[in-house]
Design a binder for this molecule. Structure first.
Ligand code: GDP
Length: 309
């Protein structure tokens, strides 16, 4: 059994390569829910949807999120009614949020709802939210404290980051199956995702980090930072706001208490020694996933590395 820890687009790209070479039933994906929020009375789970849509083959590949060929009629109409249009929600995408919200209101947990959505989209992968409880990532900035989506989408990550708050972290319990799959897996993959607001949130959920340390699985991470910068998203701003150097080394450092292998981009040869001094084996390869072949090749490198520890 394989468990993957995942944020949004970076993880989804990697996982779409992995499921080409590993039976879907063998894979559990634990997904960040710190980006979740309520909009128009609906529960939105951006990372869960990116992973689900991508693995179901319906994602808008150009954007990396949303459903391909979607229209935005509902949002345009809402704008006419005076609602702010800062978070793009396509018409088909809205159906997911409506379905999710109806089921949550009926008393189902987010895990149960996610399972239902996966089944209806024909997915056999076990996709789990990191928690069923309320958990929100808030960013402290020079313009005030705001929800992560407000910082990223509404304000375009333009404010200076002063800190990150995980609201709900004291009481949020891991969703059913999260700890068990970490403990039972033979391989745990930390996907190339934001180390602070995607993987950092998952690691902050009670018991997750301890389970990773305790698990006998091979634990392999793929660097989301290449040549001192993320390929997309605000990882650099968040890392430097927290006083961290923006480098692949910093990411490995954040995972040093449980990680066995770090997959480093071939452009970051110069980081190898520093990372190995943390007691983590490194493997250099191309980690930039543009084509399906790139994704499958990267997945093969990870599987190969898991055999040779
Ligand atoms: P979200 O899509 O913004 O929720 O973000 P994720 O949590 O998935 O993280 C985005 C991170 O993925 C950024 O740090 C990117 O650098 C990284 N990423 C995106 N695409 C790739 C890729 O093709 N290769 C690698 N190595 N990292 C990537």
């Amino acid at each position: 059994m394989i468990t993957a820890l995942a944020g949004g687009v970076g993880a989804a790209k990697f996982l779409s390569g992995l499921i080409k070479i590993v039976p879907e039933e063998e894979l559990t994906v634990i997904v960040n829910t710190g980006d979740d929020m309520e909009l128009f009375g609906l529960h939105i789970s951006p990372d869960l949807d990116i992973i689900t849509y991508t693995l179901a083959g319906i994602v808008d590949e150009e954007k990396g999120w949303g459903i391909k060929g979607d229209t935005f009629n509902c949002l345009e109409m809402l704008e006419k009614y005076g609602y702010e249009k800062w978070f793009n929600l396509g018409d088909k995408d809205l159906a997911t949020h409506i379905h999710r919200t109806i089921l949550l209101k009926k008393g189902l947990t987010l895990s149960q709802v996610t399972k239902d959505i996966c089944r209806r989209l024909g997915l056999k992968v076990n996709i789990l939210p990191m928690t069923d409880d309320k958990f929100e990532t808030w960013i402290e900035t020079d313009a005030g404290l705001m929800h992560f989506q407000e910082y990223l989408v509404k304000r375009g990550a333009r404010d200076r980051v002063l800190g990150v708050k995980y609201v709900g972290v004291e009481s949020a319990k891991p969703a059913e199956g999260v700890i068990e799959s970490i403990l039972r897996s033979s391989l745990i993959i930390i996907c190339p995702s934001n180390p602070i607001v995607s993987i950092g949130t998952i690691l902050s959920v009670k018991g997750v980090r301890e389970a990773l340390r305790k698990s006998h699985a091979r634990k392999i991470a793929i660097s989301p930072i290449i040549s001192g910068a993320p390929l997309k998203g605000p990882a650099d701003k968040l890392m430097s706001g927290l006083g961290l150097e923006v480098s692949a080394f910093s990411v490995a450092y954040l995972y040093r208490d449980f990680l066995n292998v770090f997959i480093l981009d071939q452009l970051d040869r110069g980081e190898k020694e520093r990372i190995e001094s943390l007691g983590i084996r490194t493997i250099l390869t191309n980690t930039i996933m543009k084509t399906l072949e790139d994704k499958v090749n990267l997945a093969k490198v990870v599987l190969e590395a898991s055999k040779s520890i």
